[in-house]
Design a protein around this ligand. Sequence first.
Ligand code: ACO
Length: 329
Amino acid sequence: MSRPYARITGTGHAVPAFAMQNSDFASLGIDTSDAWIRERTGIRQRYIARNGETCVSLAADASRQAMAEAGVTAADIDLIVFGTCSPDKLLPAAGVELQAQLGASKASAFDLNAACTSFVYGLSVGEGFIASGAAKTVLVIGAEKLSGIINWKDRNTCVLFGDGAGAAVLQPTTDQRGIIARFMRSDGNLAKLLYRPKGGSAEPVTPEIIAEGSHLVAMAGRETFKHAVYSMNEALDVALADAGLTGNDIDLLIPHQANLRIIEATAKHGDIPMDKVYVNVDRYGNTSAASVPIALDECMRSGRILPGMTVMMVAFGAGFTWSSAIHRF
Ligand code: ACO
């Protein structure tokens, strides 16, 4: 018997109430401008968690929408794959906290940290569980509260990121809809181009570390940019070849939303016109693991994704990690 396909049957997303504009950085004493941020990144605003909004609370909102859309209840969920690099606590996993909040009593839950690539990695992980028969209903999450781990004094990074969450329910299907190709890669030799240098178990937080801010995100922007373009291109090429498709066959490309210039370069490489590329980085900034599932949910709800369409998701993040998935709806 052929293996079942893993199909996305419901999606959801949530962002904090507060939308921070580019012009708001002036009040923090950051030497930047709306013009610089828009021109270099395409970002206009980002949402920042406040008043008790957390990585898990946003994920719970997104999950409930995805479950309602899929017509499943918490009791149906077998597995929660929680993609994040900014969990509310370092122990235990955000996934188990989400499980408790949802009341998904029969689910197993764990976190997956591939930074911005976590959700697309998570789709492959969920697909594997479904294909093996180990799970029937998988909740894949990409959720971040990056505002808690970025350096608000570093203009090279603080203007880029935002908070948010997206969720998708994956279920088996035999009708040839679902994930038809996927690709995952990483290269830990490049870890120091985008990382939190200290504050983990190797060098636990001290007053000195806090004073120098080395427990927060540090990034070599230009180098990261180059690798992002190269790696997203590879992720595009390999999954397309694996599916026996070309860029022409893709009805919609949903790339990781880090920077409009990276998105445009990826689309150009794949020969995919920009009217088939979803862009929302202007409204959310880079929400890391949440960026692809937020975009996916917006496309589902606005009718950008219709039955029969072939949709490609592609992401790149710290690690470095990069990944793609092609899904037939
Ligand atoms: N406002 C004003 N000036 C700034 C700012 C700012 N916010 N940030 C940097 N600058 C200055 C720099 O200091 C530099 O000045 P200098 O020439 O006097 O030294 C100048 O602007 C140009 O800096 P660059 O870094 O060369 O600017 P670039 O065009 O490369 O854009 C950016 C920077 C937007 C960070 C870009 O490199 C980028 O998008 N990189 C990739 C980011 C990315 O994708 N990261 C996420 C991966 S995902 C994840 O896993 C979290």
